[in-house]
Design a protein around this ligand. Structure first.
Ligand SMILES: NC(=O)c1ccc[n+]([C@@H]2O[C@H](COP(=O)([O-])OP(=O)(O)OC[C@H]3O[C@@H](n4cnc5c(N)ncnc54)[C@H](OP(=O)(O)O)[C@@H]3O)[C@@H](O)[C@H]2O)c1
Length: 360
């Protein structure tokens, strides 16, 4: 009996000492982990800043947001960069650090962007958005993404694949605010009768974005810009575009236009003030003005003192471009002209957010 009591006591003593041993081991393990964490925090500037912003949350409002801009060397991307940099320049401390995506970091246009100290080039291809995130400098956490895909020059399926996988990759990498640049659309009554790849792809990408953001992990702003004023630039490209307008649209048809600077302005505002109800989980269809071809010719003459350039050989080049080389353009303009015959009030007044600036 006495022996059983002694054995019982020694079992209790053994289990107490094992518990103490485990606790000590656990404690040592935790101390080691803490020391390792601390060493990483102190030796990695970005982790150190993150650590400080956890300790002092007020500081987080003053640290710049990292924005990934796709299509950075293109029309919209350049405008977004320029508007973000302008906000930086007018703020006591920089609001944004910009990561500009390009397939070729050595091109002249890419190098020009990188001259600004707030811009870092990121080599990447929208066919593989996850690899864009892996190409970022170590420790960078992207807060916002500007997403634009080229419409002409790829299939509907490839545009959808690029647009949706960038959304998925952004969610997977903890992005908080996603600005998707889509395209203005005519009312469903008209859109349902004509199918255009460039429009259809954007409808699918928009729906994917809304679904991806529905639990609030990421917010979005969808921009649905109208045609760009910049399509009418000097040179052959602008002349062919003017020819396409002149010979493809009924005279009375007024198209809505916007300056890409204004698209950039909306994007930058949305990144600066993401909780603003005008931007948070909203679609915006901005346009600067609606003009018919006669207006465009007149304004061009008034502003430049010259006639709006049209392509040599009259209709031939615009016809070849819009029916053979870039068939989507032909589809687009057939869409516009059919749309106008169905509805004369197709200037989208109900959906356009009219801008005050750069109207003519
Ligand atoms: N033109 C209009 O009137 C109008 C109106 C409304 C909406 N839109 C829409 O606007 C979009 C085009 O925007 P944008 O005019 O700003 O484009 P953009 O000037 O043609 O520029 C696109 C940029 O995207 C980059 N890029 C192209 N393919 C890429 C890829 N696979 N991976 C990574 N980057 C790639 C290129 O840069 P790098 O060569 O440096 O990689 C290029 O500079 C289209 O979806 C169109 O439907 C156009």
């Amino acid at each position: 009996m006495g022996g059983r009591r002694v054995r019982g006591r020694s079992n209790i003593a053994l289990s107490i000492s094992m518990s103490i041993g485990n606790a000590v081991l656990l404690g040592v393990h935790q101390v080691c982990e803490f020391v390792l964490d601390l060493r990483e925090i102190l030796t990695t500037p970005i982790r150190f800043i993150e650590y400080l912003t956890i300790l002092y949350p007020d500081m987080s409002s003053s640290s710049p947001k990292s924005i990934l801009v796709t299509g950075a060397t293109g029309n919209q991307g350049r405008a977004v960069l320029s508007q973000l940099l302008s906000l930086n320049a007018h703020s006591p401390s920089p609001l944004f650090t910009i990561f500009a995506v390009t397939r070729n970091t050595t091109s002249l246009s890419a190098k020009t962007l990188a001259e600004n100290p707030h811009v870092t080039l990121v080599q990447g291809n929208l066919d593989h958005p996850s690899s864009i995130f892996s190409s970022l400098p170590k420790g960078v956490q992207i807060w916002g993404v500007y997403s634009v895909q080229i419409g002409i020059g790829q299939t509907e399926a490839s545009e959808i694949a690029q647009g949706t996988s960038l959304i998925d990759a952004s969610l997977a990498h903890g992005v908080r605010h996603f600005v998707y640049s889509s395209l203005v659309r005519h009312p469903p009554s008209v859109a349902s009768k004509i199918r255009i790849a460039q429009f259809e792809s954007k409808v699918v990408i928009e729906a994917h974005l809304k679904e991806a953001c529905k639990d609030g992990a990421m917010n979005y702003t969808i921009l649905q810009p109208s045609g760009f004023f910049e399509n009418m630039k000097p040179g052959m490209q602008g002349a062919v575009f003017a020819g396409i307008l002149k010979w493809n649209l009924p005279k009375e048809y007024k198209l809505a236009y916007i300056s890409t600077d204004d698209i950039g302005w909306f994007a930058a505002q949305s990144f600066e003030d993401p909780e603003n109800p005008a931007y948070k989980n909203k679609e915006i269809a901005p346009a600067g003005d609606t003009r018919g071809f006669d207006d465009i010719e007149r304004i061009y003459r008034e502003k430049t003192g010259k006639n709006l350039p049209l392509p040599p050989m009259g209709r031939l080049l615009p016809w070849l471009v819009s029916n053979v080389f870039v068939k989507e353009l032909g589809e687009l303009f057939r869409y516009f002209s059919q749309a106008v015959s169905r509805s004369r009030s197709l200037v989208l007044r109900d959906r356009i957010l009219r801008l005050q600036c750069k109207s003519s």
